[in-house]
Design a protein around this ligand. Structure first.
Ligand SMILES: Nc1ncnc2c1ncn2[C@@H]1O[C@H](COP(=O)(O)OP(=O)(O)OP(=O)(O)O)[C@@H](O)[C@H]1O
Length: 233
C-alpha cells in the first residue's frame, strides 16, 4: 500500500501554503512536524480530498484522492471537529457510520468496541455536551477509526489530552500503524518521537526534513527548534 504525493502545491492568492511537496507514504506512523502556519493543515486537507491542490496529484495505490474508493478507506480527525452536543457518544458514532454507508448492526458493534478502546465505554450513552475537551478528542479519534481506515490522517490529535490519555492514544496509534498508513501532525516533538518511524518537517510550505527521529544531526527536539528558531512556535 502506498500513498503517492506528487509535487503538491497550494496557493492562496500570492501566498504559497504548500510548495511542491513530493512524498511516498507506506504503512506505519509518520509524524508531520511544523510551527504554526507551516502548512500542515493545508497539506492534510488536500490528502483528505477536502481541498484541491493548485497543482500536483495525490493517489493511494493508483486511486485518485477525488474518488469514492479513496474516501472509503480514509479516516480523518480534523483540527476543529464539529460535535453535536445533544447527541450521545454512541449516537454520534452511529450517525457518522450511517453517513459512511455502514450497516447499522455492524456500525453499532464497531462503535461500542471503539468507545471501549478510547476509554469512553462507560459514558457511551452520555451527551457530548457533558464531555471534557479530552473526552471529545477521544471521540474524534474513535470516529476516525470507524471504517477501519487504510489511511488515517490526524491533525493535532493530542491537543487537549492529559498525560494518561496521551499514553493510551500512543498505544492505539502504534497499533493502527501496523496495518495502515498513519499521518499525524503536531508541533510537539514528544508526541511523535517515540511512535513515528518516520518524521517529516515542514517550514514555509516546504519539506525540510524526511527521515527517522534517530537520524537527525542532534536530538530531534534540538534539531526541530534549530530549524524554527526565530520563527515563533
Ligand atoms: N483559506 C486560506 N486563505 C489564505 N491563506 C490561508 C488559508 N488557509 C491557510 N492559509 C495560510 O497558509 C499557511 C499555512 O496554513 P496551515 O493552516 O496549513 O498551517 P499549519 O501548519 O497547519 O498551522 P497550525 O498548526 O497553526 O494549524 C498560513 O500562512 C496560513 O495563513
Amino acid at each position: 500500500m502506498e500513498l503517492n504525493i506528487d509535487r503538491v502545491t497550494k496557493q492562496y492568492g500570492p501566498k504559497i501554503a504548500v510548495d511542491r511537496i513530493s512524498l511516498t507514504l507506506t504503512p506505519g506512523v509518520t509524524g508531520l512536524l511544523g510551527a504554526n502556519g507551516a502548512g500542515k493543515t493545508t497539506l492534510m486537507r488536500m490528502l483528505c480530498g477536502i481541498l484541491r491542490p493548485t497543482s500536483g496529484s495525490i493517489s493511494l495505490d493508483g486511486l485518485d484522492v477525488s474518488t469514492e474508493g479513496y474516501r472509503a478507506v480514509l479516516g480523518y480527525l480534523p483540527q476543529d471537529f464539529g460535535y453535536y452536543p445533544s447527541f450521545s457518544a454512541l449516537d454520534f458514532l452511529l450517525y457518522l457510520g450511517a453517513l459512511k454507508g455502514m450497516e447499522r448492526k455492524q456500525a453499532k458493534e464497531r462503535s461500542l468496541e471503539l468507545l471501549e478502546v478510547v476509554g469512553l465505554g462507560e459514558v457511551a450513552r452520555k451527551k457530548i455536551r457533558t464531555f471534557s475537551g479530552g473526552m471529545k478528542q477521544r471521540l474524534g479519534i474513535a470516529q476516525a477509526l470507524l471504517n477501519r481506515p487504510k489511511l488515517l490522517i490526524l491533525d493535532e490529535p493530542t491537543a487537549g489530552l492529559d498525560p494518561k490519555e496521551r499514553v493510551r492514544f500512543r498505544t492505539l496509534i502504534e497499533e493502527q500503524g501496523k496495518e495502515s498508513i498513519v499521518l499525524l501532525s503536531t508541533h510537539i516533538v514528544s508526541d511523535v518521537e517515540h511512535i513515528a518511524g518516520r518524521i517529516l518537517m515542514v517550514k514555509d510550505g516546504q519539506l525540510i526534513y524526511d527521515g527517522s527521529a534517530a537520524d537527525t544531526p542532534q536530538d530531534l527536539e534540538g534539531f526541530y527548534l534549530q530549524q524554527f528558531e526565530g520563527g515563533g512556535m
